[in-house]
Design a protein around this ligand. Structure first.
Ligand SMILES: Cc1cc2nc3c(=O)[nH]c(=O)nc-3n(C[C@H](O)[C@H](O)[C@H](O)COP(=O)(O)OP(=O)(O)OC[C@H]3O[C@@H](n4cnc5c(N)ncnc54)[C@H](O)[C@@H]3O)c2cc1C
Length: 463
């Protein structure tokens, strides 16, 4: 049995863990990171990056499909396109593999030692790693738990055969003729829309009365419209009960039994923190429900142990994990840091895309005080028109008294790229006048942001 010691030990090389290790290494902290799989975690290997690659390929395929027979208003005509999903997946795997090497290289450049294997706590300062060459014991002054999350399995639909999670959906070699998606959250809809564009007949089964229920109905309306246009059937208030004979068994909202024919059943009913199998019982940390409880410095209830990323709760997003990782590295290096972020923007890569940062109108109202809302439709934005992307809008929510911006949302084709501007405005404490008074380049969809602020001030120019 080999033994090493270090100042900082990070368990898990997802976006939270690898960013933490890189930053700690940059600051001269003697750092070791342990990873059982490939560098980059869920996000890089089976999450953010591969899903966006597949979504992009599906978008391109659908765009070209609309040009068949010379029906495109752009004046482009093509003969029927063919999709070879196995090649698409190989292209996606190539991107993932390049990024795996990139993360490994960045860790090395920062002077971080990587240990490959599964880590288990022995006590609050010691971890044992099952490596290919035997057990490696690592002692550390400070340990960061960044073990991430895994897909939730439904007892009535265990993963295997035709029942798949997002991980398998991203590695199919053929487009299923009929795909049932259980769960109308962002992962289910992102993938469901992509497969519909690639030619699958898609049915979404959602237990709640709305899809994308965490967003307000006004914001999701253009997505719901697009689902219908893509021929995606949405069963609301419906419960998936099991699978039998090539069909998903469903209890509909009126209590009747229905069968949805499906070659594949994609279950996307949420993700759960990875809190088992690594000796949580050895260290007995306080929990916040199923997540590890942390304070505003990501400290757990045990001295010298931090936790970051999906294992610590919602929103389970890569950029939250990264920001926590960077902060914890700096704390480990002796800097004074605590969580002071004003917003964690969230993007939903559906068609059209959704972006939210800060408070929705309802949330802002619930905080008390009067608010102003400015909304600008992409139908009045020149750039959106040139992209055939007129559906959607930008919405700005601000305090009525001093015009401090509280939240910004958008729905529209390509709206994800506005997330940076929205986050920056909130982080800098912008007022409506700051956004309205910033020159936004023409013609861009960003002008919709400026116009929404102008609208809230009562003098939008282009509507
Ligand atoms: C299909 C899909 C699409 C997504 N799209 C987006 C998106 O567009 N934007 C976004 O922000 N987020 C997205 N997410 C969520 C995002 O992937 C997660 O929020 C993010 O990966 C969390 O990072 P993390 O570092 O906390 O954990 P993870 O990325 O889950 O990484 C944890 C790592 O720890 C390792 N590990 C766990 N336990 C041990 C152990 N005991 N020993 C050694 N190694 C261990 C695991 O192997 C894993 O590599 C998506 C997720 C999915 C599934």
């Amino acid at each position: 049995m080999k033994e090493i010691s270090c100042k900082l030990l990070v368990i898990g090389a997802g976006p939270g863990g690898y960013v933490c290790a890189i930053r700690a290494g940059q600051l001269g902290v003697d750092t070791v990171i342990v990873e059982a799989g490939k560098p980059g975690g869920t996000c890089l290997n089976v999450g953010c990056i591969p899903s966006k690659a597949l979504i992009h390929a599906a978008e391109e395929f659908e765009k070209v499909s609309h040009m068949v027979g010379g029906n495109s208003p752009l004046g482009i005509s093509v003969t029927a396109p063919v999709l070879d999903l196995a090649r698409t997946v190989a292209w996606k795997d190539g991107i993932v593999s390049r990024l795996n090497s990139g993360v490994a290289g960045l860790l090395k450049k920062a002077g971080v030692k990587t240990v490959q294997g599964w880590a288990t706590f022995r006590d609050g300062k010691t971890v044992a790693v099952e490596t290919e060459t035997g057990v490696q014991v690592i002692r550390a002054e400070t340990i960061v738990i960044a073990t991430g999350s895994a897909p939730v399995e439904l007892p009535s639909l265990p993963f295997g055969d035709a029942v798949i999670s997002s991980t398998e959906a991203l590695a199919l070699s053929e487009v299923p003729k009929k795909l049932a998606v259980v769960g109308g959250g962002y992962i289910g809809l992102e993938l469901g829309i992509a497969f519909a564009k690639m030619g699958a007949e898609v049915t979404v089964v959602e237990a709640l009365p709305r899809v994308l229920a965490q967003y307000d109905a006004e914001l999701t309306r253009p997505v719901v419209k697009r689902l219908a246009a893509l021929g995606i059937e949405v069963m609301l208030g419906a419960k998936a009960k099991g699978a039998k004979g090539g069909a998903l068994l469903v209890e509909t909202s009126d209590g009747k039994n229905a069968k949805v024919a499906a070659d594949k059943i994609l279950v996307t009913v949420g993700r759960k923190p990875v809190t088992e199998g690594w000796g949580l019982d050895q260290i007995d940390l306080d929990m916040a429900g199923k997540f590890i409880r942390i304070d505003d410095q990501c400290r757990t209830s045990m001295r010298g142990i931090f936790a970051i990323g999906d294992v610590t709760g919602e929103p389970m997003l890569a950029h939250r994990a990264m920001a926590q990782g960077e902060m914890v590295a700096e704390i480990a290096a002796g800097h004074k840091r605590s969580w002071d972020k004003r917003s964690i923007p969230a993007v939903c890569f559906t068609d059209p895309e959704l972006v939210t940062a800060g408070l929705s109108p309802e949330e802002a109202k619930a905080h008390g005080g009067e608010i102003k809302i400015g909304m600008f439709p992409f139908a009045a934005n020149g750039r959106a028109m040139t992209k055939l992307g007129e559906d959607g809008f930008v919405r700005v929510v601000a305090r009525a008294d001093n015009h401090l911006v509280l939240g910004i949302q958008a729905v529209g084709q390509g709206a994800s790229e506005l997330a940076g501007a929205f986050g920056l405005a909130l982080e800098m404490g912008a007022r409506l006048e700051d956004i309205a008074g910033t020159i936004h380049a023409h013609p861009t969809q960003g002008e919709g942001f400026q116009e929404a602020a102008l609208k809230a001030l009562g003098h939008a120019l282009h509507i």
